[in-house]
Design a protein around this ligand. Structure first.
Ligand SMILES: [Zn+2]
Length: 177
């Protein structure tokens, strides 16, 4: 009986570990969405600089890409939402120069590169903040890479041709953590 209990215990432990390691599309989308929304809010990015991304006026995204969509939606929520009344929650520093100057630049691919740096900055930060167990972190990173592959299969439908990669996917999948 004791043996059975031990075997069952081991099986349950294995099952739990696998469940924790699996990252669903919903979880990945939420991870990216809140990484970007929180990052924008925390930096207090200038909404005028974020608006072109939210409106995709210059072709920053791959249509239907599972990484691009939550990035763009976060930008859209940011520019269309006010700060917390009375108790401001937005940071005051704005984007660091490497992102702000890139987004202000005349070169379209330079602006796309700035978006890529922005996504990498915020995804890195969210990995830092959530302190996943190693297996969970690796599973999320793998899910981001799979999302990028899925996005790249749709790349031909985007106006990003000369940039040769999806800024959001590259930023998320190549984040350091
Ligand atoms: Zn993408």
């Amino acid at each position: 009986m004791r043996k059975v209990a031990i075997v069952l215990g081991v099986m349950m432990a294995v099952g739990t570990a696998q469940d924790e390691e699996r990252v669903t599309e919903t979880e990945r989308s939420r991870f990216v969405f809140f990484a970007v929304l929180e990052g924008l809010w925390e930096d207090g990015a200038d909404p005028a600089l974020v608006r072109p991304i939210a409106e995709d006026t210059d072709g920053y995204f791959v249509p239907k890409c599972p990484i691009c969509l939550p990035v763009q939606h976060a930008a859209s929520v940011y520019v269309t939402s006010g700060d917390v009344p009375a108790f401001s929650a937005r940071g005051k520093s704005g984007w660091p120069a490497e992102i702000a100057d890139g987004m202000k630049g005349r070169d379209l691919n330079g602006r796309r590169a700035a978006l890529e740096r922005m996504v990498a900055r915020y995804v890195d930060r969210r990995f830092d903040r959530l302190r996943f167990a190693d297996a969970r972190r690796d599973a999320m990173k793998e899910s981001l890479r799979l999302g990028m592959k899925q996005g790249m299969r749709l790349f031909g439908e985007s106006p990003l041709g000369e940039y040769k990669k999806c800024p959001s996917c590259a930023g998320a999948a190549e984040a350091k953590k």
